[in-house]
Design a protein around this ligand. Sequence first.
Ligand SMILES: Cc1ncc(COP(=O)(O)O)c(C=O)c1O
Length: 358
Amino acid sequence: MIPVTKTFLPPQEEYNSYVKRAWDKVWLTNRGELTIELEEKLKNFLDVSNIIITNNGTIPIQIALKLFGKGGEIITTPFSYVATSAAIVWENCTPVFVDIHPDYLTIDETKIEAAITPKTTAILATHVFGNPCDVAAIEKIAKKHNLKVIYDAAHCFGVTYNNESIFNFGDVSTCSFHATKLFHTGEGGAMFCNDADYHQLYYSHNFGHNGPLAFHGLGINAKISELQAAMGLAIFPYMNHIIDERKKVVDFYNNKLNFNTVQALKIRENTEWNYSYYPVILDSEETLLKVLDALAIENIIPRRYFYPSLNTIEYTKGEKMPISESIASRILCLPLYVGIPETDLENIVQIINTQTLQ
Ligand SMILES: Cc1ncc(COP(=O)(O)O)c(C=O)c1O
């Protein structure tokens, strides 16, 4: 089978050498030395002011919403993974959707102000597929209306915008280190923030602990285990290799797909992208289903990222979002991972080019 992605695994002995350290110390969690070492390495690699590693990429969104959403209305994107909207509803906030830009697929910043009400507390936008939102415009709106900005940057490992880590924008950015992501710890994630919010977020991810017997507000358990940190440390040396190899696959698709019949993602100007996904937008859902069937015959299984448009999910009770709904019905993410054979890429391109012409 050729899946949409394949987990990158380091040589097992390299993973084992980190696990042995946890074994020797008999220390498996509670921010052990492997977790702290990984945080330090990632902080330098990503060039961020602060990082708190968490046990997945959803809980940091929830923590940020708990602290800054305060049960209010959250301006958000309908085009993202379901975790973005679900976190809002889970935290007893109300999602207020704003439609997306048809090329960048990120929230349309020109439509945000019209959706703000006295109940709005925050903006939660996704840098979808690692493509940055218009962070400058969003910051301006947030300042004007005294709103917090949370970025779901689950897809953004290594992305820079205007030569700065994309994680440094907004009040809080979150990332996912799920096994399907560029950098991973099996399950895992992180939140990034400025100095002013760091302690509050840090306490929140560890039950609110401020010392063994003291508490600083409400908290939850969002800690990673040392076994997960070991995976991150073992993968870390391969990050540049992973990004380089993924770039080769993206270049292949860019050179070979017929862009008269498929639309590619437009990466925002001044972005150093991470080649995290290869979405193609087809002319109709009918064509998409035809392409899926033709690929399935060859055991090629891309994914309908992201479908459905989140405003159409029963519990979000969203208004109509014509652009997001249209894109969600026609978008497909193509197989993209380290080691995918060129013959498979040839096959994928040939099927898509043929099917979209008919
Ligand atoms: C945009 C987006 N946000 C949040 C998440 C949630 O991350 P996790 O699976 O690590 O909880 C994902 C996961 O794929 C995602 O794609």
